[in-house]
Design a protein around this ligand. Sequence first.
Ligand SMILES: CC(C)(COP(=O)(O)OP(=O)(O)OC[C@H]1O[C@@H](n2cnc3c(N)ncnc32)[C@H](O)[C@@H]1OP(=O)(O)O)[C@@H](O)C(=O)NCCC(=O)NCCS
Length: 181
Amino acid sequence: MAAMSDVPPIRIRRARAAEAPALAGLMDAPAAAGLILPRTPAELAASIAAFLVAEADGRAVGCVALRDYGAGLCEVRSLVVCPECMGRGLGSRLVAAAVSRARRQHAHSVFALTYHPRLFERLGFQTVAKEQFPQKVWADCRKCRKRHHCDEIAVFLDLTAPARRRPARRTTRQSPGPAKP
Ligand SMILES: CC(C)(COP(=O)(O)OP(=O)(O)OC[C@H]1O[C@@H](n2cnc3c(N)ncnc32)[C@H](O)[C@@H]1OP(=O)(O)O)[C@@H](O)C(=O)NCCC(=O)NCCS
């Protein structure tokens, strides 16, 4: 196993139009496993401006998208970290970067539907009832094979409230470091 000093630095930045196929490749396996909604290459290309990419050694190793529903409501979606980079805080960095982007866009709240509520809760999100979100949020769920028995957990971050970030766990692993979208 590689030592931490061998791990290349990972930077988070906006996705480029030419990266739609690479992002489709990252998302294929988790989409097939039902962990995220599938996106066609055409959908990805059309929404590439919403994506942030984690890049290591010139390669996309993670991504996240921020969808703006208007009226100050944004969704963190399409969160993926490649298997060899998991468990080192990159998923958390990507969510934090998406939240920073939402703040810059003057959003008042961010939500996500997830099987990983703890990751979001560490960043200040709270678990909430799915029913509180407006109808337009559910349009994409038509494509989901779990649409009639959705078991994802809704998490919500109020950007107008003072920060309530949970203390980080003590760990010997690498610090996630600041997000640089
Ligand atoms: C979900 C996913 C994005 C998480 O990515 P990740 O990079 O492993 O996320 P993190 O490292 O930030 O957090 C994962 C775990 O590592 C731990 N961790 C996070 N940062 C850490 C750090 N700096 N040091 C030590 N451990 C850390 C966390 O405690 C977390 O464990 P827990 O949630 O069980 O408590 C990734 O597993 C993935 O791509 N899964 C498939 C796609 C998917 O499910 N997407 C849906 C997301 S809503």
